[in-house]
Write a protein that binds this ligand. Structure first.
Ligand SMILES: Nc1ncnc2c1ncn2[C@@H]1O[C@H](COP(=O)(O)OP(=O)(O)OP(=O)(O)O)[C@@H](O)[C@H]1O
Length: 654
């Protein structure tokens, strides 16, 4: 539903601020005589209006709805009070009969009937209720509606439609009251209201909510015939139809889907158009010149086009020249369209303006013949359905997440509880086990103690016989037998343990012995190793000494050869033998040495075969034998014997 206000040919330059607009003195010329309607016709038309109004008010189907026309007489203004003081008004109103008499002269008048006749005393409230309120109610029911004022300049069109009533609320005009009723009726949650406010001036549409936007184009829907101004500032308000084809139900504030079929809610989209036309003066009478004249011509063109359309519609003409002006294009739905239309024609009382008053009345009379085919415009509100589904989806997701979280929390709680219970059971079991263990240990210790006491007692008494039946100290025979068995077992285990301990001691002693033996062996081994090292060292020394002796022996041998050669040369038989000379040398050598070194030198001397040969050659075998006899040294004996044997083997004995 939207409320549009057209101000045909008006300008904000000559009026007050805000929504108050003042008209130019433009003129609307029309031939009043040719459109004069008769009282009978008006009556018939009026009855038609009442019928159609009743029939279509709450029905979805398309019904006939004639344009309703009311006439309002402005009271004389101060200027008219003076100028027309001596003259009667040009009109005489009969509101109870809904008739208006237009005086032709003092004795004759034409009578016209309208849907409403509002005298100069009619309040703004009454005007609204009889002219606009039925239309507003229709708009709230889903019909398009139009409230339009037509009349000569200064007759009260703006007063009737656009007065704001800022100082006195009783002065509020139709536009403000209509908005109040609409805003009271709609629900902010479900409905959407839009308002646009613009001016048609010299075939140019200006957005009065955004004055910079002054070239708004008109768009007509070829199918529905809807006229819209997409460029104009608009805030639509749409109404959802409660309980009709709605697939939603509300329970506890939560939307739930009902049924399997998901139908979008039904939305009624209607439009209220409030039109404040320019003054309908004749150009020649307005006295306009220059730009004002052009403006007046434009206004005249618009109003003339509107008049032609209404004529054509009133006469059921096949052709309605809607496209002759932007005004008629804008009002296409209001006249001959689907809107419920109410026209208020404003007239002044002055007889000086009888011509304009007459033409205004004729315009109204013709308009009363225009039949509109009003119908409710319903459509499925898919956007609303989508919004609701999104909201419901969000709620379902949130609910699902809540349940999921609650489920997980419950699972965690159960798991924790189970863990706790398992821990408790385990603890209880461990405690019970520990207690049982302690009890068994205690019982065992006590049993052993009793057995030991009993054994000691029996041993003391020298009593070895096992009694059957209760004993003297009150022990049960059965338990006594058990005690004996345990005692036996205990004794056996005791001896076994003792044997094992003895074995362990034995093994331990053996191990100690083995360890001591091993230590002694190790010490012996070390000692032998030391001796071996000493022997090695001694051997090395002896080898060095042998080398030295060998070199000395060689020297001696050389000297002996030299002596022998000298002997041969002298042929002297009383020369000491080489061996004799050799022995002193050896002895001399022995004197320089001592101990084992001397003996070793002798041994080395006799071990060398060359020396042995020299000894034989020197004829010292006898001396050698003498040496053997004179020495007690085993080694010298062994070596000397070896040398003798060697000489014998080599055949060196003579
Ligand atoms: N019913 C009324 N009662 C008292 N004063 C009225 C009434 N109608 C109009 N007037 C006064 O008459 C003057 C002209 O009214 P208004 O401006 O509404 O005429 P108009 O038809 O809109 O003129 P225009 O076509 O030039 O815009 C204003 O001062 C207004 O207050």
């Amino acid at each position: 539903m939207s409320s549009n206000s057209y101000r045909n040919g008006s300008s904000i330059s000559r009026g007050g601020g805000g929504m108050k607009l003042e008209n130019y003195n433009s003129k609307y010329s029309s031939s009043s005589s040719s459109f004069k309607s008769k009282v009978q016709q008006s009556t018939a038309a009026s009855s038609t209006l009442r019928r159609s109004s009743t029939g279509a008010s709450r029905d979805d189907s398309t019904v006939s709805g004639r344009v309703r026309v009311a006439v309002r007489l402005r009271p004389r203004n101060s200027e008219e009070m003076v100028a027309d003081a001596d003259f009667a008004d040009c009109v005489e109103l009969q509101p109870e009969l809904k008739r208006l008499k237009l005086r032709k002269n003092n004795w004759d008048s034409d009578t016209y009937e309208f849907d409403e006749v509002l005298t100069e005393f009619a309040s703004q409230k009454r005007v609204y209720e009889v002219v606009a309120k039925p239309v507003v109610e229709s708009v709230l029911d889903g019909y398009n509606g139009t409230v339009m004022a037509y009349g000569q300049t200064g007759t009260g069109k703006t007063y009737t439609l656009g007065r704001l009533g800022e100082e006195d609320a009783a002065d509020r005009g139709i536009m403000v009251r209509a908005m109040e009723d609409i805003l009271t009726e709609v629900s902010p949650e479900n409905d959407l209201v839009s308002v646009s406010y613009f001016q048609l001036y010299m075939e140019t549409i200006q957005d009065l909510l955004n004055p910079a936007n002054d070239n708004i184009s008109i768009v007509e829907d070829p199918k529905s015939g809807d006229v819209s101004l997409p460029g104009a500032t608009l805030v639509h308000i749409k109404r959802s139809v409660k309980g009709k084809n709605s697939s939603f139900s509300s329970e506890n504030g939560n939307m739930t889907l009902t049924g399997k079929t998901l139908k979008p809610p039904v939305m009624r989209k209607s439009k209220l158009v409030i039109v404040d036309l320019a003054g309908s003066e004749r150009i020649d009478k307005s006295g306009s010149e220059g730009h004002t004249l052009d403006e007046a011509k434009s206004i005249n063109l618009s109003l003339s086009a509107l008049g032609k359309c209404i004529n054509a519609l009133a006469e059921n003409s096949a052709h309605v020249p809607v496209r002759d002006s932007k005004l008629t294009r804008l009002l296409r739905d209001s006249f001959g369209g689907t809107a419920r239309t109410s026209l208020i024609i404003t007239i002044g009382p002055s007889p000086r303006h009888r011509g304009e008053t007459s033409s205004t009345i004729m315009f109204g009379q013709r308009a009363m013949k225009v039949e509109n085919m009003v119908k409710i415009k319903e459509e499925f509100d898919y956007k609303s359905l989508s919004r609701r589904l999104e909201i419901q989806l969000d709620k379902l997701i949130a609910e699902h997440e809540r349940q999921q979280k609650a489920f997980q929390d419950e699972i965690e709680r159960i798991a924790l509880e189970a863990q706790k219970r398992v821990a408790e059971v385990e603890q209880n079991y461990a405690d019970a086990l520990e207690m049982e263990k302690l009890k068994c240990q205690k019982d065992y210790i006590e049993s052993v103690k009793r057995l030991e006491e009993q054994a000691a007692k029996q041993e003391k008494q020298g009593h070895r016989k096992v009694k059957v039946g209760p004993s003297e100290d009150g022990i049960d025979p059965k338990s006594n037998s058990e005690l004996l068995r345990l005692n036996k077992s205990f004794t056996m285990k005791f001896f076994l343990r003792k044997a094992a301990e003895a074995e362990v001691d034995n093994l331990r002693n053996q191990m100690i012995h083995w360890k001591n033996t091993e230590a002694a062996r190790n010490a012996e081994l070390l000692k032998l190793r030391k001796m071996l090292e000493d022997e090695e060292c001694q051997k090395a020394k002896l080898e060095e000494e042998i080398e030295m002796l060998q070199s000395q022996l060689l020297q001696i041998s050389f000297e002996a050869d030299e002596s022998r050669r000298n002997l041969d040369r002298d042929l002297s038989g009383n020369v000491p033998s080489s061996l004799d000379s050799l022995i002193p040398q050896v002895k001399h050598q022995q004197l320089r040495e001592s101990g084992d070194g001397e003996k070793a030198s002798m041994v080395k001397l006799f071990e060398q075969e060359s020396n042995q040969e020299k000894i034989v050659e020197a004829g010292g075998l006898t001396s050698l034998l003498t040496l053997l006899r004179s020495s007690n040294d085993e080694t010298i004996h062994r070596v000397a014997a070896g040398a003798i044997a060697n000489l014998a083997m080599n055949g060196n004995f003579h």
